[in-house]
Write a protein that binds this ligand. Structure first.
Ligand code: APR
Length: 236
C-alpha cells in the first residue's frame, strides 16, 4: 500500500491544487494537451488584457464559446472524490486554477479559485462584480449599474492573481501535512510554486497526472493515471 492511503487514514490536514486535467474527463478541454485550447487559439490573442482592449468582441466570442461548452458539463468522479475527502478531513483547502466552476457544482465547500471563474463578470468602468450564467451572453455585455463594458472575471496572462485567494492558498499550501497536485502541467506561476512551497514547508506531496510534469521532481509520490481512477482508488 502506498503511503498516501495511510496518511489519508490519519485524517491529516490536506491541501489540494487542481488544474485543467481534473475537468478533462468531464469534457472540458485542457490548455496544453494534444487537443488543448492553446493548440487552436493563441493565448496572446485571447487571454490578455491587451487582447481584450484591442478586440473585446473576439475575446467575448471565445469566452461565450467556452461558456456554451461548459454550461451542460457535469463534474466527474474526481471532483466528487474531493468532496468526499473534504468531508472526511478536519482541515481541507481546495485551490483550483480552473475557471469552470465544476468543484462548486460537485459540492466542494472550501474552494479557492485563484484564476477566477468564467461565470463571473466585472465592469471595466465601475468594477461592479456579478454572476452571469447567460448562454449565449450578449456581445458586448454591459454593466447593469453604469453601462460600462463587462469583462470575464478571470485572470489573464500578465495579470495578478486575486490577492486574498492567493494569500490563503499560500497559507494552506504551507500549513498542511498532505498536499495533492492534480491535473496540472505545473507550467504556470504562481500556481505551480504552491506545490514547491508545500514541499518546502514539510507537506507530503502527491501528484496525480496522466504524465510526468516538472512537479514530479518534487512530489513524494506521482500516480500516473486519470484523476478519477487514481482518486477513487486512493479513497477506496
Ligand atoms: N487526469 C489527470 N491529469 C490529466 C488528465 C486526467 N484525466 N487529463 C489531462 N491531464 C493533465 C495533463 O497531463 C496536463 O499535465 O492535466 C494537465 C493539464 O495541463 P494544462 O492544460 O497546462 O492546464 P493547467 O495546468 O490547468 O494550466 C494552468 O494555464 O493557460 C493557463 O490559466 C490557464 O489555469 C490555466 C493555467
Amino acid at each position: 500500500m502506498n503511503i498516501t492511503k495511510s496518511k489519508l487514514r490519519a485524517k491529516q490536514s490536506i491541501t489540494v491544487l487542481t488544474g485543467a486535467g481534473i475537468s478533462a474527463e468531464s469534457g472540458v478541454p485542457t490548455f496544453r494537451g494534444s487537443d488543448g485550447l492553446w493548440k487552436n487559439f493563441r493565448p496572446e490573442q485571447l487571454a490578455t488584457l491587451e487582447a481584450f482592449q484591442a478586440n473585446p468582441h473576439l475575446v467575448w466570442e471565445w469566452y461565450d464559446w467556452r461558456r456554451k461548452l461548459i454550461k451542460p458539463i457535469k463534474p466527474n468522479p474526481a471532483h466528487y472524490a474531493l468532496v468526499e475527502l473534504e468531508a472526511q478531513t478536519e482541515q481541507f483547502t481546495l485551490i483550483t486554477q480552473n475557471i469552470d466552476g465544476l468543484h462548486d457544482k460537485a459540492g466542494s465547500q472550501n474552494v479557492l479559485e485563484i484564476h477566477g471563474n468564467i461565470w463571473k463578470v466585472q465592469c471595466t468602468k465601475c468594477q461592479y462584480l456579478s454572476h452571469n450564467s447567460e448562454v449565449p451572453i450578449q456581445i458586448l455585455p454591459t454593466c447593469e449599474q453604469c453601462g460600462g463594458l463587462l469583462r470575464p472575471k478571470v485572470v489573464w496572462f500578465g495579470e495578478v492573481l486575486p490577492e486574498k485567494e492567493l494569500e490563503t492558498a499560500k497559507f494552506a499550501a504551507t500549513h498542511c501535512d498532505l498536499m495533492f497536485i492534480i491535473g496540472t502541467s505545473g507550467l504556470v506561476q504562481p500556481a505551480a510554486s504552491l506545490g514547491v512551497a508545500g514541499k518546502q514547508a514539510g507537506a507530503y506531496v502527491v501528484e496525480i497526472n496522466i504524465e510526468q510534469t516538472p512537479l514530479s521532481n518534487i512530489a513524494d509520490e506521482t500516480h500516473i493515471g486519470k484523476a478519477s481512477d487514481v482518486l477513487t482508488n486512493l479513497l477506496s
